[in-house]
Design a protein around this ligand. Sequence first.
Ligand code: NAP
Length: 541
Amino acid sequence: MAGAQQAQSSRPQEVDVVVIGAGFAGLHAVHRFREMGLSLRAFEQGSGVGGTWYWNRYPGASSDSESWVYSFAFSPELEQEWTWSKRFPEQPEILAYLEFAAQRLDLKREFDFDTRVSAARFDENTLGWQVTTEHGETVRSRYLVTAVGCLSAAQLPAIPGRDDFTGEAYHTGQWPHAGVDFGGKRVGVIGTGSSGIQAIPIIAAAATEVVVFQRTPNFSVPARNHALSPKRVAELKQNIREIREACRWTSIGQPYDLRDQAALDRPREEVLAQMEADWQKGGFEWMFGSYNDLLVDPRANDIAADFVRDKIRGIVKDPETARRLIPTGYPIATKRLPLDQGYFETFNRDNVTLVDLRETPIERIVADGVRTSGKTFELDMLVFATGFDALTGPLNRIEIRGRNDQLLREKWSEGPRTYLGVTTAGFPNLFMITGPGSPSVLGNMPTSIEQHVDWIAECMDFVRRQGSSLIEPSADAESQWCAHVKELADGTLFPQVDSWYMGANVPGKPRVFLPYIGGFGTYRQLCSDVAARDYEGFEVR
Ligand code: NAP
C-alpha cells in the first residue's frame, strides 16, 4: 500500500493531457497520445482495464460486432498476434484481448486504477483543466479527454421496495467478479433489453426457476455465433486491412452496409426470401445490411417487424406466451435491436415463466420476491437488466465545469449540446470520445473510437503547430450541429419510440435523440472536412 501511494505521488501533477477511462477508448487514446510525445495522466475507476467489459460480466455477455473488427485497428502486430475463437466475441475473451493489448503496448503503467475522477474544472487563468480524483489528488492538464463509455452509468429502476429484498440482487452492468451461482435458486430477471436477452437463456439453464418480468416485448435476431475455423482465421488475418478500411466508410462501421435498394420497390416474395436468407446467416446484417427504407418508412419497417413476429410465433410453443413476447406498437430496431442465442426458445422451458408487466405491473419488491398486481413471486435472486443512463450519464456523473464555472450537466439540462459529438462550447480543450451527437452506439464502437482518437490527436497537433494552447467550438457551430443531428433523427422512425436512444429510460431525462444517425462514413467525412478547413467552427488561440 505504501508502495502504491509512493507510485501515485511520484507521478507528475502537471501534464499535457488527462484521459479518463481504460476501456477501448482510454487505452487507444493513451497509446496515441504517448506516441505523440504528450505527457499524460490516466485514471480508471475499475481495478483493471476493460471498461464495459470490466463491469459487464453477466452470463452470456457478448459483443454484437464480428470479432475481427471488434478490436484495435491501429496495430497490425496486435491484429496478427491475437486470434479470436468465435464470430461474436464473448466478454471473457474481449477482456482477455484488452488485457493482452494493454500488456503488449505497455499501457497499464500509465493508469491510476481504482481512481474515480470526481470533478474537472476549466481554469481561465492557465487555459487548462484541474482534474480532481475521489482520493483528493488534483492534476493540471492542457487537455481533458473523456473515454468514459456510452453505456457505463448503470440504471437501477425506482421500483418501490427495491432495497427491501433480502436475497441476492445484481445489476448486469455491475456484475460481481467472483461470478454468481444460480444453482438451486429461483431467479427473477427484470428487463428484456440486450443484456436480459443475452443472460436469460444461460440463467435458465442453471437455475431452478426463472421469472422474466417483461415491460416492453423486444424484437431480437439470432446471432448464430460459431467457432472460427483455422482457415477462416487465416483468411481474415490476410484481408483484415481491406476489411477495416471498408468498415470505416459504412453506415454502422461494420463489414456490411445498407443495400442501395428499398424493400418497398421490390416484390414482397423477393424481400421475404432475402430476409430469410439473412436470418439464417445471423447477426445485425439482417437489419443493417438490408433494405435502405426499413428505418425510415413505416410500411417497409412493418415487413421486417412482421417477419420477426412470425418467427417468434414459430419458436414459442405456448400461444399465450408467444402473444406476450411479440412486440407491437413500435417499429423494429428503433429500440436497440438485440442479437440472441436461443432467447425465444428459452420460454419453451418448464422452469421459465414470463410475466407481462403491461397486464400485471410490479407493485413493489418485497423481502422475498416481487409483488405484481397479479401475485407475489417468491425469489432467491433478482437480476436487474435495466440498462444505463446512456451517453450523457457517464459525463454528467462527473462534476465537469467549464468557463464561468458552468456545470456540464446544467448546460445539458435540456439535452446534450455538442459540436461534432466530441466537443462542447464553453468547455475549451475538452474532448469527449464517442460523445452524444456522434455515431458512437449506432455501430461498431472500436471503429467510432478509432476515428475520434485520431481526430482529437490531429486536432491537438494542429493547435500546437499554430503555437496556440486553446481550442473551443463556437456556440453557432454547436447550434448548427445539434440542429443537424436532430433533423437527421427526425427523418427516421427513431424519435417516435421510448428508448434509451431518446433518453426515455431515465426519469426526468430530456427527450433528445442522442447519437448521430447520418452514418459512420458520412460522419467521418464531415469531421475530416472540418479539420481540412483548419477546424472550421472552432476558435483556436
Ligand atoms: P436496455 O436496453 O435499456 O433494457 C433495459 C430493460 O429493462 C428494458 O427491457 C426495460 O423495459 C426494462 N426496464 C427498465 N426499467 C424497468 C422497470 N422499472 N420495470 C420493468 N422493466 C424495466 O438495457 P440493456 O439491456 O442493458 O442494454 C443497453 C444497451 O447496452 C444495449 O441496447 C446495447 O447497446 C448495449 N449492450 C450491448 C450488448 C451487446 O453488444 N450484445 C449487450 C448488452 C448491452 P422498457 O423497454 O419497457 O423500458
